[in-house]
Design a protein. Structure first.
Length: 351
């Protein structure tokens, strides 16, 4: 069945590249309607964080999030796994432990057989099993394009909550997955993906960010988020601006999913979301080196689906942090990609 059905042919967007650009999202969410304060709501609409967090009154909090998108791969089983890993990641990005998931399914029933949707759900169940949580139900609709994702709840001791707006000057920045997923998936659609890079993006997107729960236990981790549709620059911008600081990225230290990303970019394998991202926030970014700026910008603004965790760490916690990385098989990401500086004219400087 999977040999004849290519899910990406049935959608106009792909993965987190479907996300609405940050500047347009700000317009959508702007409101003059004042909601009453809720003393139990620790994280909500007042910040641009990964999930809502609600104080349960017993020293712990509930984390609640949802994420869904259209296919980024053709295989329905892998699509279910990727969409689920991406949704669960928001709980890990807050430092929490996922406990329950509910499915969100939109399916073009006049175009795609129900057996294919079943494979999507099976893929989701497999990732939920890896995360140690039940897929406990959900909701489905008949939609023009295939859509899948999860609503996920998690729990966390209140002292372990990691927000994306608490970075401090002097913190060092880490990223736990390579960049370039959007570039490779675009190259695959164009039919120019090298054989050695086939399945590379899918394997990475199906990896859970489980380390986030353990990072949450480190008081030296000041801020954390996951890198998804806004690209590294967009999510780092939210961290820097929300924290009232600026950030510096060392482009030579960025982990890349393939050494051939510059070649793919040269062949115009750049998702449409990359330019939308750059148009949204490029004015806040300074490049100190103009050599290769187009390639670097295309990597930094590349929409990531189920991307890695971006962590702002007090250097005093470096040894403990690296031990956690090693414990999760993430030792390849033990080198900082940049640091947090005092607030200046630009939110992000790329060296």
């Amino acid at each position: 069945m999977n040999d004849t059905i290519k899910l990406t042919q049935y959608s106009h967007g792909a993965g987190c590249g479907c996300k609405i650009a940050p500047d347009m999202l700000d317009q959508i969410l702007h409101s003059n309607f004042a909601m009453p304060d809720n003393k139990n709501l620790i994280v909500g609409n007042h910040s641009k964080d990964d999930a809502a967090v609600y104080d349960l009154g017993n020293g712990t909090a509930l984390i609640s999030t949802t994420d869904f998108f259209m296919p980024i791969v053709d295989d329905p089983y892998e699509f279910g796994r990727i969409a689920s890993a991406n949704a669960i990641s928001d709980v890990y990005a807050m430092g929490g432990k996922p406990v329950l998931a509910i499915a969100i399914l939109g399916w073009p029933i006049n175009k795609l057989a129900p057996e294919i949707a079943r494979r999507v759900i099976e893929g989701s169940r497999s990732i939920c099993l890896e995360a140690g949580i039940p897929l406990a139900g959900g909701h489905s609709i008949d939609s023009p394009e295939p859509i899948f994702g999860l609503a996920v709840n998690g729990i966390i001791p209140i002292k372990n909550i990691k927000q994306n707006n608490q970075a401090k000057e002097g913190d060092i920045l880490f990223l736990t997955k390579p960049l370039g997923v959007g570039i490779l998936t675009t190259a695959e659609k164009k039919g120019i993906l090298a054989e050695k890079d086939i399945h590379l993006a899918a394997r990475q997107m199906m990896q859970l960010n489980k380390a986030g729960e353990t990072f949450g236990q480190l008081e030296e981790v000041h801020a954390m988020t996951d890198v998804t549709g806004f690209g590294l620059l967009g999510h780092l911008l939210e961290m820097a601006d929300g924290s009232g600081v600026s950030a510096v990225i060392h482009s030579s230290k960025l982990p890349l999913i393939s050494p051939d990303l510059p070649w793919y970019i040269g062949e115009k394998s750049v998702p449409g979301g990359t330019q939308r991202n750059w148009n949204s926030y490029g004015q806040h970014v300074k490049f100190e080196n103009e050599i290769g700026i187009d390639i670097t910008r295309s990597i930094l603004a590349d929409p990531q689906t189920s991307g890695g965790l971006l962590v702002a760490l007090d250097p005093a916690g470096m040894e403990k942090f690296r031990e956690i990385l090693i414990g999760y098989g993430l030792e390849a990401f033990a080198e900082p990609i940049g640091f947090i500086s005092a607030k200046n004219e630009y939110s992000i400087t790329v060296k």
